[in-house]
Design a binder for this molecule. Structure first.
Ligand SMILES: Cc1cc2nc3c(=O)[nH]c(=O)nc-3n(C[C@H](O)[C@H](O)[C@H](O)COP(=O)(O)OP(=O)(O)OC[C@H]3O[C@@H](n4cnc5c(N)ncnc54)[C@H](O)[C@@H]3O)c2cc1C
Length: 419
């Protein structure tokens, strides 16, 4: 028996970008919404930090952009990488068809806290931090009627009774597991090791570096930090660790010599690194009667192309319009059929992005295996040609636009706002 019962129209499980945006938009539309988050604080280490121009547009439509730009961030107006020391521009945001020709690099905590603050301006909103959803509550017919949770601070079992549960609880979603839905994971040929350095510890004039000894990616995060990513072959991390931290340092420094002294000065062994399992996935279904999954809970994005945040935010924006209308239309739990319109709208975009990410991961794995056998003169020659042609190539621009601008048909349903 629960210690407490909370009755609301919607319980959103998980305060990541998907859950926070959905809860804010629903609250602003006059919906009674509970946002339930397992963590006691907003700290989220090594989560997606890229917000593409498509998300910047959506932030503006949500009336949060000006405030978001006051949070610590870096603005990116072009994508470039270094190929054997030669700089190659991949994307110039000015050439894209958008009024927002820039991406933001920003860590999640301040943004999530800000969105919760904005949602808290509305009476129908309540935030439950340090509260872990443990199971779905279903009736005899299998219809989802709410969620069971444990409030760790109050040391209480809480029952949420709802018309719809929105599972936005990330790649290891409890909601998805409780609904018996498979995560639909694909194998990934690569994993990614992250570590952070103070900004300026290395000179990183491009966001990536491809060399015969490997690949590195660099992202300034604002607030004086630089995040560095080092892809390894899937399953290789254990042997890298066994070889010791000095060997790891030497491997990374072989790609970018300036990282050697920076690692010596700022990292205290493997404890300052994090391995991200990048396996992407798409769950076979995202809805049940009374339940919708969104963001990583529905489709786990790999970090390639920084698509996790944009997909989660777009999902939330689409779900907002649909849920608001469906709640106004009737009573009782929203049916799988009604919620299925969300899945029908989002699945094609998500599958296209994940297919692109998987192709890119296969290309990366090939380079990690065979890059060192490609003659440097050939790579340098290609760099010169690519540098001239890539930003204007139609093929490249198609993929870049889909990564940078997202689904341009997604727009915030501002007409549903109650204020
Ligand atoms: C450990 C980890 C590392 C990542 N690293 C990167 C990266 O380096 N680069 C990148 O591009 N992307 C990364 N991602 C993915 C990226 O952060 C997501 O795509 C993005 O945050 C969109 O997610 P979301 O809102 O759907 O879910 P998330 O951001 O994962 O948010 C889910 C939220 O649900 C909460 N939650 C989970 N279970 C429960 C529960 N039972 N009850 C209540 N709350 C719960 C979590 O605490 C979290 O706050 C990472 C994800 C994870 C989990």
């Amino acid at each position: 028996m629960p210690d407490r019962t909370v009755t609301v129209d919607v319980v959103v499980v998980g305060c990541g970008p998907g859950g926070a945006v959905l809860a804010y938009l629903l609250a602003r539309s006059g919906v009674d919404v509970a946002l339930v988050e397992r963590a006691a604080t907003f700290e989220r280490e090594y989560r997606g930090f890229g917000w593409n121009p498509g998300v910047v547009r959506l932030f503006d439509e949500m009336d949060v952009l000006d405030d978001v730009l006051d949070l610590a961030h870096e603005t990116v107006t072009e994508g470039a990488f270094s190929l054997y020391g030669r700089r190659v521009a991949l994307v110039d945001f000015d050439l894209l068809d958008t009024n927002y020709p820039y991406a933001l690099m920003m860590e999640q905590p301040a943004l999530l806290e800000y969105l919760v603050e904005r949602a808290s301006e509305y009476d129908g909103f309540a935030f439950y931090p340090a509260t872990t959803v443990t199971d779905l509550r279903t009736d005899g017919a299998g219809v989802v009627r709410g969620a069971a949770a444990r409030d760790r601070e109050a040391d209480e079992e809480v029952a949420f009774e709802t018309r719809v549960v929105a599972g936005a609880d990330g790649r290891y979603s409890t909601v998805r597991t409780s609904a018996g839905v498979d995560p639909g994971l694909f194998d990934s040929p690569v994993d990614l090791v992250w570590f952070k350095l103070p900004a300026g510890a290395v000179d990183a004039p491009a966001q990536g570096r491809i060399d015969r000894d490997g690949v590195l990616v660099y992202f300034g995060l604002g607030a004086g930090e630089l995040q560095v990513g080092y892809p390894v072959r899937a399953g290789e991390w254990q042997s890298v660790r066994e070889a010791g931290f000095d060997a790891f340092r030497d491997r990374v420094a072989a790609v970018d010599p300036s990282l050697g002294p920076a690692i010596d000065a700022h990292l205290d062994g493997f404890r300052d690194t994090t391995l991200l399992d990048v396996a992407p996935g798409v769950a076979p279904t995202w809805t049940r009667d009374g339940l919708v999954l969104l963001g990583d809970a529905a489709h786990t994005a790999s970090p390639i192309g920084a698509q996790g945040n944009p997909l989660a935010v777009e999902d939330a924006v689409v779900a907002h319009g649909l849920i608001t209308d469906a709640l106004a239309d009737g009573e009782g739990p929203l049916s799988a059929e009604t919620l299925g319109a969300f899945e029908a709208r989002r699945r094609p975009t998500v599958e296209e992005v994940i297919a692109l990410q998987r192709r890119a991961a296969r290309g990366l794995a090939l380079w990690l295996d065979y890059g060192r056998y490609v003659p440097p003169w050939l790579v340098r020659g290609s760099a010169t040609v690519l540098g001239r042609s890539l930003p204007r190539s139609r093929l490249v621009r198609g993929s870049v636009e889909s990564f940078a601008l997202g689904d341009r048909s997604v727009s915030v349903a501002r007409s549903r706002f109650a204020d």
